[in-house]
Design a protein around this ligand. Structure first.
Ligand code: F1P
Length: 342
C-alpha cells in the first residue's frame, strides 16, 4: 500500500503504518534498533514519538541489543533504521525480535534490501544512492520519515492539537527553502573550518532535540577528517569532558532552540571561562549568543521537532570542509565500509 501526504488537507498516510494501524496505536513501546548515523536518527525518533505521539520509545545500538537478552513483548514494535538495509547487527536485532513476536518495521533507503524484505512492514526514504560512505542525505530522509510517522500517529491518537499538527506539517513543507537559505552560509562555514582544521580533538554539545545533532556532528568529523570528536548532552559536560577544555579545544555548540537556550548559554559561558574556542549554531538574529562566541553560524528559525533537519547541515558542511582542507578523501574514508555486513 502506498503512502500519501497532503499538507493542506492534513493527510499523512504512510502505507506501512496503515497496514498495522491498530498495532501502532496500541503499542506498549517502540524499540528502535540501528547502527551509526541511523542510530542517531533513532534518538531523534525517540523524541518525536514520545513528544508528539506519546508512545514510550527506546533506542538501542543494534550491535549491543543482540548480546543482552533484551525483554521484547508481542505488543512492542521493533523499528530498524538502516540506510543500506544490509547492516549485519541490525539484521541480527530483527531476527531476535521476530522470535519474540514483536511487529518488525523497517526504515530503509535501498529498495528490496535484506531489512526491507524481512520486516512485516516499512517505509522507504527514497533518498537515492549515497555516493559517499558517510551517511548524510539518508540521515535527513530518515528524520523526515520519522517525523511523518510521529505526526500520523499523533493525529490518530489525538495527542497533539489539530492546529499544532497543521503547523508542523506546513512547516515541514518550508524546510527545503530554509535549507537553501542556510546553504548561503557555506563560505562562513569554510572559514571556520580553516580556523579549526588543525585541532586534535573537538567537543560537540547540544540539548533536547539538538543533543543527537551534536552526536552526528562529532561522528561526521571523526569519519571523514579523522579528528577525534565527542558529542555530549550539554549538561553532561560538567561530569567529565570539562576537564579537557583549553584554548586548543574547539567546542561546537548547537544552540538554535528556544526551549534550551538559557541553559546552553550558561554552558557556553563555562567553556569561555576555560578559554575554549566556541563555534555556535544559532537561530538567525540571535545576537546575544553571537556576541558570546568566537564564531556563530546562523540557521533559519523553525519548529523545534523539525530543527535537526536544519541544524545538522552546518555540522555536515563543517566536517566536509575540514576533511578537504586536511586532504582526506571525503567519499571513501579510510577503514570505513558503506555497509557493515559482517
Ligand atoms: C550504518 C553505518 C552508517 C555509516 C557507515 C557504516 O549503516 O554506521 O551510518 O555512515 O556507512 O554504517 P546503515 O545500517 O544505515 O546502512
Amino acid at each position: 500500500m502506498r503512502g500519501r501526504i497532503n499538507a493542506k488537507q492534513g493527510i499523512i498516510t504512510l502505507g506501512g503504518i496503515n497496514e498495522f494501524e491498530n498495532r501502532f496505536l496500541n503499542a506498549d513501546r517502540i524499540i528502535i534498533a540501528a547502527c551509526g548515523t541511523s542510530w542517531i536518527a533513532g534518538l531523534i525518533g525517540e523524541h518525536l514519538f514520545e513528544d508528539l505521539a506519546r508512545i514510550p520509545t527506546e533506542v538501542e545500538y543494534a550491535s549491543e541489543f543482540r548480546y543482552r537478552n533484551p525483554i521484547i513483548k508481542n505488543n512492542d514494535i521493533v523499528l530498524a533504521i538502516s540506510q543500506s538495509g544490509e547492516t549485519a547487527d541490525t539484521i541480527a536485532a530483527l531476527e531476535l525480535a521476530r522470535d519474540r513476536d514483536a511487529l518488525l518495521y523497517g526504515i530503509c533507503n535501498v529498495v528490496g534490501s535484506s531489512i526491507a524484505r524481512m520486516t512485516d512492514a516499512g517505509s522507504y526514504i527514497h533518498a537515492g544512492p549515497e555516493i559517499g560512505v558517510a551517511s548524510t542525505k539518508a540521515f535527513t530522509g530518515q528524520l523526515v520519515l520519522l517525523t511523518l510517522m510521529a505526526l500520523q500517529l499523533a493525529r490518530k491518537k489525538g495527542t497533539i492539537s489539530s492546529s499544532y499538527f497543521f503547523q508542523l506539517l506546513n512547516e515541514l513543507e518550508n524546510i527545503p527553502a530554509k535549507v537553501e537559505s542556510l546553504l548561503q552560509n557555506d563560505a562562513k562555514i569554510k572559514y571556520v573550518a580553516q580556523e579549526i582544521k588543525d585541532a586534535n580533538n573537538a567537543l560537540y554539545l547540544g540539548r533536547g532535540y539538538n543533543f543527537p545533532v551534536a552526536l552526528e556532528g562529532a561522528l561526521k568529523l571523526k569519519e571523514i577528517s579523522y579528528i577525534h570528536a565527542e558529542g555530549y548532552p550539554a549538561a553532561e559536560m560538567k561530569h567529565g569532558p570539562i576537564a579537557l577544555i583549553d584554548e586548543n579545544m574547539p567546542v561546537i555548540v548547537v544552540a538554535s532552540n528556544d526551549s534550551t537556550r538559557e541553559k546552553v548559554i550558561s554552558n557556553i559561558q563555562e567553556v569561555k571561562a576555560r578559554k575554549g574556542k566556541v563555534i555556535a549554531i544559532i537561530k538567525e538574529g540571535d545576537q546575544a549568543i553571537e556576541k558570546l562566541v568566537d564564531y556563530a553560524i546562523e540557521i533559519p528559525d523553525t519548529e523545534e521537532p523539525l530543527s535537526p533537519l536544519l541544524s545538522v547541515i552546518p555540522l555536515q558542511l563543517l566536517a566536509y570542509h575540514i576533511a578537504i582542507l586536511r586532504d582526506c578523501n571525503v567519499d571513501q574514508p579510510r577503514n570505513l565500509a558503506k555497509s557493515v555486513t559482517v
